[in-house]
Design a protein around this ligand. Structure first.
Ligand code: DI6
Ligand code: FE
Length: 411
């Protein structure tokens, strides 16, 4: 079998400092005088300029960009969002300021269900319009890959509408979108309190049909007293696994229901939140290779007190990713850079952990580490170029965007 010709070099970014995040290097994989050579959509070389292979054709057709010493990182990856939804919950925010808790509002029919009402009522065009505004805010900070969950439909038609709108965003902007089916997010009002019957509908009707339509990259669930039990989540995960779909879980956010261990039992890509996870859960995640996705925006907005078990995650070498959790109820956050600062300030993550958490480890949490998340030959040419003097500035600043340029698949 003949190998296809390697792609021809098309663009070269030179005179740059690189944070490659390459696993073959330590820390951020820093390169002082670096270059990134791209052929079409893919990286051909990323490393010291002095070691770059000689260009064929004397570089005649290659566009050369002098970065003037700026920093290049992999394009950022937001691996946990509920970006597609209609309306907002500013009124509930005011109720919480007057003393109501998130759980109280949810039990009284507000919370997730109020966003379900708005999302069901919105035409697809309107849902797209509202979602694009949030998407543009993330793109402006160098995000090149984004996960989007359903879960504000809770009926077949609206879950499908959300997933379709999510997928269609990729046609409207230069970005990679990964869609996650979160049918088991909350119990819809028409289920009249029967969670088991609703889970039947999720596993027997919604999931197979939406998977058949090709709308699902992964399956998520909310494991919590106000949502679904571990046993109900298991049924969702078994159905997903039978369809060949990877799973992930909103685990141990508000209480410890052993969600981390449950996720690990199904070889989940990630277990997310984890404020109440214990050592048994962390051990299970380590053994299964499940990524811990930490969501400092939700921790901040709910004024949580329980920190995720950072030291246990480190001790057991569980990979840590970070995301915005962009959603109208617990994390109305559309800045991944701010999430970095929060993760450092609230969780005491190091700068290296923060930056790896929105690049290499976030790619791993989405199961696409072979395609993006680092500056390495063979990966997609997803780059962020920054006007900074040190990578720590990406974590240190609050509400300042130093992005200089953003490249998605070589463009
Ligand atoms: N956990 C969360 O933090 C969000 N969903 C979830 O499962 C909250 C979603 C919302 O309140 O609208
Ligand atoms: Fe979430």
């Amino acid at each position: 079998m003949t190998q296809p010709d390697p792609p021809r070099p098309t663009r070269l970014w030179r005179n740059a400092r690189l944070a490659t995040l390459a696993t073959t290097r330590t820390g951020l994989g820093l390169v002082g005088q670096g270059a990134v050579l791209v052929g079409g959509e893919h990286i051909l070389y990323a490393g010291p300029e002095s070691e770059m292979p000689a260009l064929r054709d004397a570089g005649s057709n290659i566009e050369v960009i002098d970065c003037e010493g700026r920093w290049i990182t992999p394009g950022l990856i937001d691996c946990h969002t509920h970006l597609v939804h209609a309306g907002n919950r500013a009124k509930e925010f005011e109720m919480r300021l007057r003393g109501a808790t998130y759980e109280e509002i949810a039990r009284a029919g507000g919370g997730i269900l109020s966003t379900v009402r708005d999302t069901r009522a919105a035409q697809p065009e309107e849902l797209q319009r509202q979602s694009l505004r949030r998407l543009d805010a993330l793109i402006a900070e160098g995000v090149t890959t984004l996960e989007i969950k359903s879960g504000y439909g809770l009926d077949f038609d609206t879950e499908r509408k959300m997933l379709r709108v999510a997928r269609e965003l990729a046609g409207r902007r230069p970005i990679t979108i990964r869609t996650t089916f979160l049918g088991a997010h909350a119990l819809p009002p028409e289920a009249s309190g029967d969670k088991d019957a609703y889970i039947d509908q999720v596993t027997r009707t919604m999931l197979p049909a939406l998977a058949h339509e090709g709308l699902i990259d992964a399956v998520d669930a909310f494991c919590e007293d106000i949502a679904f039990s571990p046993e109900q989540v298991s049924r969702v995960f078994s159905a997903a696994t039978a369809l060949g779909l990877p799973v992930k879980l909103h685990a141990d956010q508000l209480s410890n229901l052993n969600g981390a261990a449950l996720a690990a039992r199904y070889n989940a890509l990630s277990a997310d939140h984890l404020e109440h996870a214990d050592e048994a859960g962390v051990r299970a995640m380590a053994a299964a290779g499940t990524v811990a996705v930490l969501l400092p925006g939700a921790f901040y907005f709910l004024r949580e007190k329980n920190l995720p078990p950072i030291d246990l995650l480190r001790r057991h070498a569980v990979p840590i990713a970070l995301a915005t959790d962009c959603n109208p109820g617990t994390s109305p956050l559309t800045s991944l850079l701010l999430a970095l600062n929060m993760a450092a300030t609230e969780f005491r993550l190091t700068v290296d952990e923060c930056i790896a958490g929105v690049t290499r480890e976030a790619a791993r949490a989405l199961g696409i580490a072979d395609r993006t998340g680092t500056l390495e030959a063979g990966k997609q040419a997803d780059l962020a170029i920054w006007d900074i003097d040190d990578p720590a500035e990406l974590v240190y600043r609050i509400g300042f965007n130093p992005l200089f340029a953003r490249i998605w698949r070589g463009r």
